[in-house]
Design a protein around this ligand. Structure first.
Ligand code: AMP
Length: 372
């Protein structure tokens, strides 16, 4: 899950779609348990925010019921206003019926008050209220809420039907308002030998960023014979990728060590889709994000020559043997190369011609950096 930008504001992941599904399922269970046998309830959804909740709720209900909607628009921007502005009422005859209101969120209780007012003179058998979210800190009414999905802190949320100035309703998860990202985070991308490490050295100084090379961290651990090093060695020696779980945990540790950084250059990470997703989730949890993937594009035959050349002096065993080098390309082509699409889909992919002198390539990268 990534940060959302809606109009001028940023929102970070707060409640996952899986958790929402669990909450809805639990609410339906409670509602069903309280219904008299054979009772056909009328669910009344409060538009607009409830439409996804109401849809999921009645699907989960899986029994005879009716559904209707009323519209009570009471929001403007990020604060609840005192005045309810608009009402589109119910046309059905509700006499003697069990009515269950479906609300996406109850905060001050103004909308809820309005709902109780409308239903006061309808001769319903019973009126119940089910709200997916509830903000106990700002609720100011003495009105019953029969079913609460989840109580949340008083921060503005969007997603799963809820909006900020009409945007955000379509997202499957709930996001919470957060401060704008402070970091500049770059993924330096490319096959083995593309020149990521060389270029990262330059840019980390120029932009005051922390450079994390997962390959370097592994090699450091191997040299110091740590547990992580011993584990990584068996994979690295063959030119295989180290398992995701190990790599992701290590990466998170490296980032956490530098929590006050102005940003990071990730070099050699992510290398699989699940690493990319883990990085997105990890950063967005902090209200941060990846700004760009800068990819050095170099043909494979040039890369093999470069790596064998480097192997003469680097002391890297994975650089001296052509079979191991070929295996690293194979790993890259089958697991890593797809990340181009992943970042492209977010308009964050910047391909750079990686053939030329170091200075030329630095200049090409700098051009992209300056636009970020
Ligand atoms: P590098 O220095 O980036 O070429 O990485 C050298 C080796 O370290 C790779 O061939 C892998 O065995 C391992 N490695 C580095 N980064 C990762 C990663 N993100 N995921 C899995 N393995 C990695």
């Amino acid at each position: 899950m990534k940060l959302l930008k809606l109009h001028d504001l940023y929102f970070k992941p707060y409640i996952s779609k899986e958790e929402i599904a669990d909450i809805v399922r639990f609410m339906v269970k409670q509602v069903k348990a309280d219904l008299p046998k054979g009772e056909v309830p009328i669910f009344v959804g409060i538009l607009n925010g409830c439409f996804l909740f109401a849809a999921d709720f009645i699907r989960e209900f899986n029994g005879n019921c009716e559904i209707s909607f009323v519209k009570l628009a009471s929001y403007q921007g990020t604060t609840s206003t005192e005045k309810v502005r608009e009402l589109v009422g119910i046309n059905e005859d509700l006499t003697g019926r069990t009515v269950i209101i479906l609300e996406d969120i109850i905060d001050t209780g103004n909308t809820l008050q309005e709902i109780y007012n409308i239903f006061r003179d309808k001769k319903v058998k019973q009126l119940k209220v089910a709200s997916l979210f509830f903000k106990p800190d700002v609720f100011r009414k003495e009105l019953p809420i029969d079913y609460i999905g989840k109580s949340i802190e008083d921060k503005f949320i969007v997603g799963y039907g809820l909006d900020y100035n009409n945007l955000g309703r379509n997202y499957a998860a709930i996001y919470q308002l957060t401060t704008p990202p402070k970091m500049k985070n770059i993924v330096l991308f490319g096959p083995p030998g593309a020149g990521k490490g060389t270029q990262a050295e330059f840019f980390k100084k120029m932009y005051n960023l922390v450079h994390i090379s997962t390959g370097d961290v592994f090699r450091f651990n191997i040299k110091n014979e740590t547990e992580l090093g011993l584990l990584a060695k068996e994979y690295m020696d063959k030119g295989d990728l180290v398992p995701d779980e190990v790599t992701i945990n290590m990466l998170k540790e490296e980032v956490t060590k530098n929590n006050n950084a102005k940003g990071f250059i990730f070099d050699g990470f992510p290398r699989t889709e699940s690493q990319a997703k883990a990085l997105d989730a990890f950063l967005s949890d902090k209200g941060e994000q990846i700004n760009a993937m800068i990819a050095l594009e170099v043909p494979e035959d040039i890369l093999v020559k470069r790596l064998l050349e480097r192997g003469k002096t680097s002391g890297r065993t994975d650089d001296t043997d052509e079979a191991k080098i070929r295996n690293r390309f194979n790993e890259y082509n089958t697991k890593t190369a797809i990340l181009k699409d992943y970042f492209n889909a977010q308009n964050k992919y910047f391909g750079i011609n990686g053939v030329g002198s170091i200075e030329e390539i630095t200049q090409r990268i700098a051009k992209v950096f300056d636009t970020l």
